[in-house]
Design a protein around this ligand. Structure first.
Ligand SMILES: [Zn+2]
Length: 472
Protein backbone atom coordinates (compact mmCIF):
# COMPACT_ATOMS: atom_id res chain seq x y z
CA UNK A 1 0.00 0.00 0.00
CA UNK A 2 1.39 3.37 -1.02
CA UNK A 3 0.68 6.29 1.27
CA UNK A 4 1.02 9.89 0.13
CA UNK A 5 0.64 13.09 2.07
CA UNK A 6 -2.21 14.93 0.40
CA UNK A 7 -2.13 18.72 0.80
CA UNK A 8 -5.86 18.82 0.13
CA UNK A 9 -6.83 16.62 3.09
CA UNK A 10 -3.73 17.43 5.19
CA UNK A 11 -3.33 13.70 5.79
CA UNK A 12 -1.14 10.85 4.71
CA UNK A 13 -3.60 8.76 2.73
CA UNK A 14 -3.64 5.47 0.93
CA UNK A 15 -3.04 6.24 -2.71
CA UNK A 16 -5.44 4.81 -5.24
CA UNK A 17 -5.87 6.07 -8.77
CA UNK A 18 -9.37 6.26 -10.25
CA UNK A 19 -8.64 3.54 -12.75
CA UNK A 20 -7.07 0.42 -11.33
CA UNK A 21 -3.46 0.59 -12.45
CA UNK A 22 -3.46 3.82 -14.41
CA UNK A 23 -2.26 7.13 -13.02
CA UNK A 24 -2.93 10.56 -14.48
CA UNK A 25 -0.28 12.92 -13.17
CA UNK A 26 0.40 16.59 -13.85
CA UNK A 27 3.00 18.97 -12.49
CA UNK A 28 3.52 22.67 -13.09
CA UNK A 29 6.53 23.20 -15.30
CA UNK A 30 8.88 26.08 -15.78
CA UNK A 31 8.18 29.63 -16.95
CA UNK A 32 10.69 30.28 -19.68
CA UNK A 33 12.13 33.73 -18.96
CA UNK A 34 15.51 32.77 -17.48
CA UNK A 35 17.84 29.81 -16.97
CA UNK A 36 16.43 27.24 -14.54
CA UNK A 37 17.96 27.23 -11.07
CA UNK A 38 18.60 24.38 -8.68
CA UNK A 39 15.20 24.86 -7.04
CA UNK A 40 13.65 23.98 -10.40
CA UNK A 41 15.99 21.01 -10.65
CA UNK A 42 14.69 19.72 -7.33
CA UNK A 43 11.12 19.89 -8.60
CA UNK A 44 11.97 18.21 -11.89
CA UNK A 45 13.89 15.46 -10.12
CA UNK A 46 11.47 14.76 -7.28
CA UNK A 47 8.55 14.19 -9.60
CA UNK A 48 10.72 12.01 -11.81
CA UNK A 49 11.57 9.79 -8.82
CA UNK A 50 7.88 9.61 -7.90
CA UNK A 51 6.94 8.74 -11.47
CA UNK A 52 9.65 6.07 -11.69
CA UNK A 53 8.70 4.55 -8.36
CA UNK A 54 5.01 4.35 -9.25
CA UNK A 55 6.03 2.58 -12.47
CA UNK A 56 8.19 0.19 -10.49
CA UNK A 57 5.11 -0.55 -8.35
CA UNK A 58 3.27 -1.65 -11.48
CA UNK A 59 1.29 1.43 -12.44
CA UNK A 60 1.03 2.91 -15.88
CA UNK A 61 1.76 6.61 -15.39
CA UNK A 62 0.58 9.26 -17.83
CA UNK A 63 2.68 12.24 -16.94
CA UNK A 64 2.24 15.78 -18.27
CA UNK A 65 4.38 18.78 -17.39
CA UNK A 66 3.65 22.09 -19.06
CA UNK A 67 5.84 24.92 -20.25
CA UNK A 68 4.58 28.41 -19.43
CA UNK A 69 5.73 30.41 -22.42
CA UNK A 70 3.45 33.43 -22.10
CA UNK A 71 3.53 35.43 -18.90
CA UNK A 72 4.33 38.91 -17.52
CA UNK A 73 7.92 37.97 -16.73
CA UNK A 74 8.50 36.72 -20.26
CA UNK A 75 7.00 39.89 -21.71
CA UNK A 76 9.15 42.06 -19.44
CA UNK A 77 12.28 40.31 -20.58
CA UNK A 78 11.14 40.55 -24.20
CA UNK A 79 10.77 44.33 -23.74
CA UNK A 80 14.33 44.51 -22.45
CA UNK A 81 15.71 42.37 -25.27
CA UNK A 82 13.82 44.24 -27.95
CA UNK A 83 15.34 47.49 -26.65
CA UNK A 84 18.86 46.05 -26.29
CA UNK A 85 18.86 44.32 -29.64
CA UNK A 86 16.81 46.90 -31.48
CA UNK A 87 14.15 44.41 -32.58
CA UNK A 88 10.36 44.44 -32.30
CA UNK A 89 8.68 43.31 -29.10
CA UNK A 90 7.20 40.40 -31.01
CA UNK A 91 10.66 39.30 -32.20
CA UNK A 92 12.01 39.82 -28.69
CA UNK A 93 9.23 37.64 -27.31
CA UNK A 94 10.02 34.84 -29.77
CA UNK A 95 13.70 35.05 -28.90
CA UNK A 96 13.15 34.91 -25.15
CA UNK A 97 10.79 31.95 -25.53
CA UNK A 98 13.10 30.03 -27.80
CA UNK A 99 16.26 30.77 -25.82
CA UNK A 100 14.87 29.58 -22.52
CA UNK A 101 12.94 26.60 -23.85
CA UNK A 102 16.24 25.43 -25.36
CA UNK A 103 18.02 26.15 -22.10
CA UNK A 104 15.42 24.11 -20.18
CA UNK A 105 15.85 21.12 -22.48
CA UNK A 106 19.63 21.36 -22.19
CA UNK A 107 19.20 21.26 -18.42
CA UNK A 108 16.96 18.18 -18.55
CA UNK A 109 19.55 16.53 -20.75
CA UNK A 110 22.46 17.33 -18.47
CA UNK A 111 20.47 16.30 -15.39
CA UNK A 112 19.62 13.02 -17.15
CA UNK A 113 15.96 13.55 -16.35
CA UNK A 114 13.62 12.34 -19.08
CA UNK A 115 10.91 14.54 -20.50
CA UNK A 116 7.34 14.06 -19.37
CA UNK A 117 5.13 12.09 -21.80
CA UNK A 118 3.90 15.38 -23.20
CA UNK A 119 5.26 18.86 -22.42
CA UNK A 120 2.61 21.17 -23.85
CA UNK A 121 3.29 24.85 -24.29
CA UNK A 122 0.72 27.43 -23.24
CA UNK A 123 0.94 29.32 -26.54
CA UNK A 124 -0.08 26.17 -28.41
CA UNK A 125 -3.31 25.77 -26.46
CA UNK A 126 -4.88 29.21 -26.59
CA UNK A 127 -8.18 28.20 -28.31
CA UNK A 128 -8.87 25.71 -25.50
CA UNK A 129 -8.20 28.40 -22.90
CA UNK A 130 -10.63 30.74 -24.60
CA UNK A 131 -13.24 28.02 -24.63
CA UNK A 132 -12.62 27.32 -20.95
CA UNK A 133 -13.15 31.00 -20.06
CA UNK A 134 -16.29 31.11 -22.22
CA UNK A 135 -17.63 28.12 -20.33
CA UNK A 136 -17.17 29.91 -17.03
CA UNK A 137 -18.86 33.07 -18.35
CA UNK A 138 -21.76 30.92 -19.52
CA UNK A 139 -22.07 29.57 -15.96
CA UNK A 140 -22.06 33.12 -14.65
CA UNK A 141 -18.99 32.51 -12.52
CA UNK A 142 -16.77 34.69 -14.68
CA UNK A 143 -17.32 38.09 -16.33
CA UNK A 144 -15.78 40.24 -19.00
CA UNK A 145 -14.61 43.84 -18.45
CA UNK A 146 -12.96 45.81 -21.26
CA UNK A 147 -11.40 42.81 -22.91
CA UNK A 148 -10.41 41.13 -19.63
CA UNK A 149 -12.15 38.09 -18.19
CA UNK A 150 -12.22 37.61 -14.42
CA UNK A 151 -13.21 34.68 -12.23
CA UNK A 152 -15.66 35.53 -9.41
CA UNK A 153 -13.92 33.99 -6.45
CA UNK A 154 -16.85 34.45 -4.04
CA UNK A 155 -19.13 32.43 -6.31
CA UNK A 156 -17.01 29.33 -5.78
CA UNK A 157 -18.02 28.14 -2.35
CA UNK A 158 -15.03 25.82 -1.78
CA UNK A 159 -12.48 28.57 -2.39
CA UNK A 160 -9.56 28.17 0.02
CA UNK A 161 -9.94 24.43 0.59
CA UNK A 162 -6.42 23.61 -0.58
CA UNK A 163 -4.51 26.37 1.17
CA UNK A 164 -6.77 26.50 4.22
CA UNK A 165 -7.28 30.22 3.72
CA UNK A 166 -10.61 31.75 4.64
CA UNK A 167 -12.08 33.97 2.02
CA UNK A 168 -12.84 36.78 4.45
CA UNK A 169 -9.26 36.87 5.71
CA UNK A 170 -7.73 37.02 2.26
CA UNK A 171 -8.07 40.75 1.76
CA UNK A 172 -5.92 41.47 4.76
CA UNK A 173 -3.57 38.47 4.62
CA UNK A 174 -2.35 38.32 1.04
CA UNK A 175 -1.06 40.79 -1.45
CA UNK A 176 -3.70 41.36 -4.07
CA UNK A 177 -3.04 42.92 -7.44
CA UNK A 178 -4.98 46.14 -7.70
CA UNK A 179 -7.19 46.36 -10.71
CA UNK A 180 -10.13 48.78 -10.82
CA UNK A 181 -11.89 46.62 -13.40
CA UNK A 182 -12.42 43.75 -10.96
CA UNK A 183 -15.86 43.54 -9.34
CA UNK A 184 -14.17 42.17 -6.23
CA UNK A 185 -10.48 42.58 -5.36
CA UNK A 186 -10.25 38.80 -4.80
CA UNK A 187 -11.19 37.98 -8.40
CA UNK A 188 -8.41 36.81 -10.67
CA UNK A 189 -7.85 37.15 -14.41
CA UNK A 190 -8.61 34.25 -16.75
CA UNK A 191 -7.87 36.38 -19.80
CA UNK A 192 -5.96 39.66 -20.05
CA UNK A 193 -6.58 42.32 -22.68
CA UNK A 194 -3.43 43.04 -24.68
CA UNK A 195 -1.46 46.17 -23.91
CA UNK A 196 0.18 47.96 -26.80
CA UNK A 197 2.47 45.78 -28.94
CA UNK A 198 2.19 42.84 -26.55
CA UNK A 199 2.09 39.33 -27.97
CA UNK A 200 -1.61 38.57 -28.22
CA UNK A 201 -4.23 36.26 -29.63
CA UNK A 202 -7.65 37.01 -31.08
CA UNK A 203 -10.54 36.17 -28.75
CA UNK A 204 -14.27 36.93 -28.44
CA UNK A 205 -13.19 39.78 -26.12
CA UNK A 206 -10.62 41.27 -28.46
CA UNK A 207 -6.89 40.71 -28.55
CA UNK A 208 -5.34 39.37 -25.42
CA UNK A 209 -3.61 36.49 -23.67
CA UNK A 210 -4.45 33.91 -21.02
CA UNK A 211 -3.77 34.30 -17.31
CA UNK A 212 -1.31 31.88 -15.75
CA UNK A 213 -3.74 29.75 -13.73
CA UNK A 214 -6.00 28.87 -16.62
CA UNK A 215 -3.04 27.46 -18.56
CA UNK A 216 -2.52 24.61 -16.13
CA UNK A 217 -6.20 23.74 -15.77
CA UNK A 218 -6.62 23.53 -19.51
CA UNK A 219 -3.43 21.66 -20.39
CA UNK A 220 -3.70 19.11 -17.60
CA UNK A 221 -7.27 18.15 -18.43
CA UNK A 222 -6.73 18.21 -22.18
CA UNK A 223 -3.60 16.08 -22.33
CA UNK A 224 -4.55 13.68 -19.58
CA UNK A 225 -8.02 13.37 -21.14
CA UNK A 226 -9.81 13.63 -17.83
CA UNK A 227 -11.63 16.17 -15.63
CA UNK A 228 -10.12 14.65 -12.49
CA UNK A 229 -6.39 14.10 -12.19
CA UNK A 230 -5.01 11.44 -9.86
CA UNK A 231 -2.00 13.53 -8.87
CA UNK A 232 -1.28 17.21 -9.27
CA UNK A 233 2.14 18.35 -8.10
CA UNK A 234 4.22 21.45 -7.70
CA UNK A 235 6.26 23.51 -5.28
CA UNK A 236 4.83 24.58 -1.94
CA UNK A 237 4.93 28.20 -3.14
CA UNK A 238 2.28 27.33 -5.74
CA UNK A 239 -0.41 26.24 -3.27
CA UNK A 240 -1.75 29.76 -3.08
CA UNK A 241 -2.96 31.34 -5.24
CA UNK A 242 -1.96 29.23 -8.26
CA UNK A 243 -3.31 25.83 -7.30
CA UNK A 244 -6.22 27.25 -5.33
CA UNK A 245 -7.26 29.10 -8.47
CA UNK A 246 -6.76 26.05 -10.67
CA UNK A 247 -9.16 24.15 -8.42
CA UNK A 248 -11.72 26.94 -8.35
CA UNK A 249 -11.95 27.46 -12.09
CA UNK A 250 -11.77 23.75 -13.00
CA UNK A 251 -14.33 22.57 -10.48
CA UNK A 252 -16.63 25.47 -11.23
CA UNK A 253 -16.59 24.41 -14.87
CA UNK A 254 -16.83 20.62 -14.63
CA UNK A 255 -18.59 20.18 -11.28
CA UNK A 256 -16.09 17.40 -10.53
CA UNK A 257 -13.03 17.24 -8.28
CA UNK A 258 -10.02 18.62 -10.16
CA UNK A 259 -7.34 16.46 -8.53
CA UNK A 260 -7.56 13.73 -5.91
CA UNK A 261 -4.01 14.02 -4.61
CA UNK A 262 -2.01 17.22 -4.30
CA UNK A 263 1.72 16.70 -3.77
CA UNK A 264 3.84 19.72 -2.85
CA UNK A 265 7.57 19.73 -2.43
CA UNK A 266 9.46 21.99 -0.03
CA UNK A 267 11.54 24.88 -1.27
CA UNK A 268 15.26 25.31 -1.57
CA UNK A 269 17.41 27.79 0.31
CA UNK A 270 21.13 28.55 -0.01
CA UNK A 271 23.07 28.53 3.25
CA UNK A 272 19.80 29.25 5.01
CA UNK A 273 18.88 32.20 2.80
CA UNK A 274 16.36 32.60 0.06
CA UNK A 275 18.04 32.24 -3.31
CA UNK A 276 18.09 35.58 -5.12
CA UNK A 277 20.20 37.16 -7.81
CA UNK A 278 20.48 40.30 -5.69
CA UNK A 279 22.04 38.29 -2.86
CA UNK A 280 24.60 36.73 -5.20
CA UNK A 281 23.59 33.24 -4.13
CA UNK A 282 21.65 32.27 -7.21
CA UNK A 283 22.77 28.99 -8.75
CA UNK A 284 21.53 27.80 -12.08
CA UNK A 285 21.45 24.13 -12.98
CA UNK A 286 24.33 24.82 -15.35
CA UNK A 287 26.45 26.30 -12.52
CA UNK A 288 26.16 23.10 -10.51
CA UNK A 289 26.33 20.57 -13.34
CA UNK A 290 29.59 22.17 -14.48
CA UNK A 291 31.10 21.19 -11.15
CA UNK A 292 29.37 17.91 -10.30
CA UNK A 293 27.88 15.04 -12.30
CA UNK A 294 24.07 14.92 -12.14
CA UNK A 295 24.09 11.78 -9.97
CA UNK A 296 25.74 13.72 -7.16
CA UNK A 297 23.13 16.47 -7.25
CA UNK A 298 20.51 13.72 -7.14
CA UNK A 299 22.04 12.22 -4.00
CA UNK A 300 21.92 15.68 -2.43
CA UNK A 301 18.18 15.95 -3.18
CA UNK A 302 17.42 12.41 -2.03
CA UNK A 303 18.92 13.12 1.38
CA UNK A 304 15.93 15.31 2.26
CA UNK A 305 12.29 14.26 2.22
CA UNK A 306 10.60 15.89 -0.75
CA UNK A 307 8.13 17.80 1.42
CA UNK A 308 10.84 19.37 3.59
CA UNK A 309 12.73 22.48 2.74
CA UNK A 310 16.28 21.78 1.66
CA UNK A 311 19.33 23.93 2.18
CA UNK A 312 21.99 23.88 -0.51
CA UNK A 313 25.68 24.48 0.12
CA UNK A 314 28.88 23.45 -1.64
CA UNK A 315 29.94 21.58 1.52
CA UNK A 316 26.83 19.45 1.25
CA UNK A 317 27.63 18.77 -2.39
CA UNK A 318 31.07 17.54 -1.30
CA UNK A 319 29.40 15.24 1.23
CA UNK A 320 27.04 13.98 -1.44
CA UNK A 321 30.05 13.39 -3.66
CA UNK A 322 31.81 11.18 -1.11
CA UNK A 323 28.60 9.25 -0.55
CA UNK A 324 28.19 8.80 -4.28
CA UNK A 325 31.76 7.64 -4.72
CA UNK A 326 31.04 4.63 -2.52
CA UNK A 327 28.25 3.51 -4.81
CA UNK A 328 30.08 4.44 -7.97
CA UNK A 329 33.19 2.44 -7.12
CA UNK A 330 31.16 -0.60 -6.22
CA UNK A 331 29.02 -0.43 -9.34
CA UNK A 332 32.13 -0.20 -11.50
CA UNK A 333 33.67 -3.16 -9.73
CA UNK A 334 30.51 -5.24 -10.22
CA UNK A 335 30.27 -4.22 -13.87
CA UNK A 336 33.62 -5.86 -14.51
CA UNK A 337 32.52 -9.19 -13.03
CA UNK A 338 30.39 -11.70 -14.89
CA UNK A 339 27.77 -12.82 -12.44
CA UNK A 340 25.26 -15.66 -12.80
CA UNK A 341 21.54 -14.99 -13.03
CA UNK A 342 19.60 -16.75 -10.32
CA UNK A 343 15.90 -17.19 -9.61
CA UNK A 344 15.97 -18.23 -5.98
CA UNK A 345 15.33 -15.68 -3.27
CA UNK A 346 18.20 -15.08 -0.95
CA UNK A 347 17.63 -14.01 2.63
CA UNK A 348 19.16 -10.69 3.56
CA UNK A 349 18.83 -9.37 0.05
CA UNK A 350 15.07 -9.82 -0.09
CA UNK A 351 14.83 -8.04 3.25
CA UNK A 352 16.67 -5.09 1.83
CA UNK A 353 14.34 -5.00 -1.15
CA UNK A 354 11.38 -4.99 1.25
CA UNK A 355 12.92 -2.16 3.26
CA UNK A 356 13.44 -0.10 0.14
CA UNK A 357 9.83 -0.60 -0.83
CA UNK A 358 8.53 0.16 2.65
CA UNK A 359 10.45 3.42 2.72
CA UNK A 360 9.25 4.54 -0.67
CA UNK A 361 5.67 3.39 -0.03
CA UNK A 362 5.66 5.68 2.97
CA UNK A 363 5.19 8.99 1.18
CA UNK A 364 8.33 8.50 -0.91
CA UNK A 365 10.73 8.60 2.01
CA UNK A 366 13.92 8.90 -0.02
CA UNK A 367 16.32 9.58 2.90
CA UNK A 368 15.36 6.17 4.30
CA UNK A 369 15.45 4.51 0.90
CA UNK A 370 18.90 5.96 0.28
CA UNK A 371 20.09 4.60 3.62
CA UNK A 372 18.84 1.19 2.48
CA UNK A 373 20.93 1.49 -0.66
CA UNK A 374 24.01 2.23 1.42
CA UNK A 375 23.27 -0.76 3.60
CA UNK A 376 23.30 -2.82 0.43
CA UNK A 377 26.60 -1.26 -0.58
CA UNK A 378 28.17 -2.16 2.77
CA UNK A 379 26.86 -5.69 2.60
CA UNK A 380 28.24 -6.10 -0.90
CA UNK A 381 31.66 -4.77 0.01
CA UNK A 382 31.85 -7.27 2.85
CA UNK A 383 30.78 -10.06 0.54
CA UNK A 384 33.49 -9.14 -1.95
CA UNK A 385 36.07 -9.63 0.77
CA UNK A 386 34.91 -13.08 1.83
CA UNK A 387 35.35 -16.26 -0.16
CA UNK A 388 31.82 -17.55 0.35
CA UNK A 389 30.91 -20.41 -2.02
CA UNK A 390 27.57 -18.72 -2.65
CA UNK A 391 29.01 -15.27 -3.09
CA UNK A 392 28.72 -15.15 -6.88
CA UNK A 393 25.04 -16.03 -6.77
CA UNK A 394 24.50 -13.50 -4.03
CA UNK A 395 26.34 -10.84 -5.97
CA UNK A 396 24.16 -11.56 -8.99
CA UNK A 397 21.09 -10.92 -6.88
CA UNK A 398 22.60 -7.80 -5.42
CA UNK A 399 23.30 -6.38 -8.85
CA UNK A 400 19.63 -6.91 -9.76
CA UNK A 401 18.40 -5.11 -6.69
CA UNK A 402 20.93 -2.34 -6.99
CA UNK A 403 19.82 -1.76 -10.57
CA UNK A 404 16.19 -1.51 -9.44
CA UNK A 405 17.01 1.07 -6.79
CA UNK A 406 19.44 3.15 -8.81
CA UNK A 407 16.98 3.17 -11.74
CA UNK A 408 14.26 4.60 -9.51
CA UNK A 409 16.74 7.23 -8.34
CA UNK A 410 17.76 7.89 -11.94
CA UNK A 411 21.50 7.39 -11.43
CA UNK A 412 23.35 6.97 -14.70
CA UNK A 413 26.90 6.19 -13.52
CA UNK A 414 28.55 7.93 -16.43
CA UNK A 415 32.05 7.09 -17.54
CA UNK A 416 34.11 9.94 -16.22
CA UNK A 417 36.31 11.47 -18.86
CA UNK A 418 39.18 13.22 -17.19
CA UNK A 419 40.78 14.63 -20.23
CA UNK A 420 43.73 13.77 -22.33
CA UNK A 421 45.30 10.81 -20.61
CA UNK A 422 44.28 7.53 -22.22
CA UNK A 423 44.25 4.11 -20.59
CA UNK A 424 47.44 2.99 -22.29
CA UNK A 425 49.42 5.97 -21.05
CA UNK A 426 48.03 5.40 -17.55
CA UNK A 427 49.12 1.72 -17.52
CA UNK A 428 52.52 2.74 -18.75
CA UNK A 429 52.97 5.22 -15.90
CA UNK A 430 51.64 2.74 -13.34
CA UNK A 431 54.19 0.14 -14.48
CA UNK A 432 56.96 2.69 -14.36
CA UNK A 433 55.90 3.64 -10.83
CA UNK A 434 55.93 -0.02 -9.73
CA UNK A 435 59.39 -0.45 -11.19
CA UNK A 436 60.64 2.62 -9.34
CA UNK A 437 59.12 1.38 -6.10
CA UNK A 438 60.84 -1.97 -6.50
CA UNK A 439 64.07 -0.08 -6.93
CA UNK A 440 63.14 1.83 -3.75
CA UNK A 441 63.06 5.12 -5.63
CA UNK A 442 60.02 6.21 -3.64
CA UNK A 443 60.29 9.93 -4.24
CA UNK A 444 60.25 9.44 -8.01
CA UNK A 445 57.44 6.90 -7.75
CA UNK A 446 55.44 9.36 -5.73
CA UNK A 447 55.96 12.03 -8.35
CA UNK A 448 54.22 9.79 -10.87
CA UNK A 449 51.33 9.19 -8.49
CA UNK A 450 50.95 12.95 -8.10
CA UNK A 451 51.20 13.53 -11.83
CA UNK A 452 48.40 11.03 -12.40
CA UNK A 453 46.31 12.60 -9.66
CA UNK A 454 46.64 15.99 -11.30
CA UNK A 455 45.23 14.41 -14.44
CA UNK A 456 42.29 13.07 -12.43
CA UNK A 457 43.53 9.51 -12.05
CA UNK A 458 43.54 7.98 -8.57
CA UNK A 459 45.75 5.01 -7.76
CA UNK A 460 44.97 2.40 -5.15
CA UNK A 461 47.56 -0.16 -4.12
CA UNK A 462 45.94 -3.49 -3.27
CA UNK A 463 47.31 -6.92 -2.51
CA UNK A 464 46.71 -7.85 -6.17
CA UNK A 465 48.58 -4.86 -7.56
CA UNK A 466 47.78 -1.27 -8.36
CA UNK A 467 44.23 -0.39 -9.36
CA UNK A 468 43.23 2.96 -10.75
CA UNK A 469 40.07 4.96 -11.28
CA UNK A 470 39.20 8.34 -12.63
CA UNK A 471 38.25 11.05 -10.18
CA UNK A 472 34.63 12.14 -10.20
ZN1 LIG B 1 0.47 25.26 -12.74
Amino acid sequence: MIKIYNTLTRKKQEFKPQKNQEIKMYTCGVTVYDDCHIGHARSLYIFEVIRKYLKYRGFKVDFIRNITDIDDKIINKARQWSKDKNISLEEGFEEVRKTYIDSYYQDLESLKIPKADIEPKATENIPEMIKFAQGLIAKDIAYEKQGNVYFSVRKFKDYGKLSGKKIDDLLSSVRIEEDPLKEDPLDFALWKAAKENEPSWQSPWGKGRPGWHIECSVMSQKYLKTDTLDIHGGGRDLVFPHHENEIAQSEALTGKPFANFWIHHGLLTINGQKMAKSLGNFYTIKDVINKYPADILKIFYLQAHYSSPVDFSWEKMEEAKSAYERIYLLVNKLKKMSLPACETKIGGIEEIRAQFQESMDDDFNTPKALAVLFELVNMTNKLLETEDSQSEIKLGKIVNLMTVITDVFGFTFPEIDSGSMDNEKISELINLRLKLRKEKKFAEADKIRKELENKGVILEDTKDGTEWRRKL
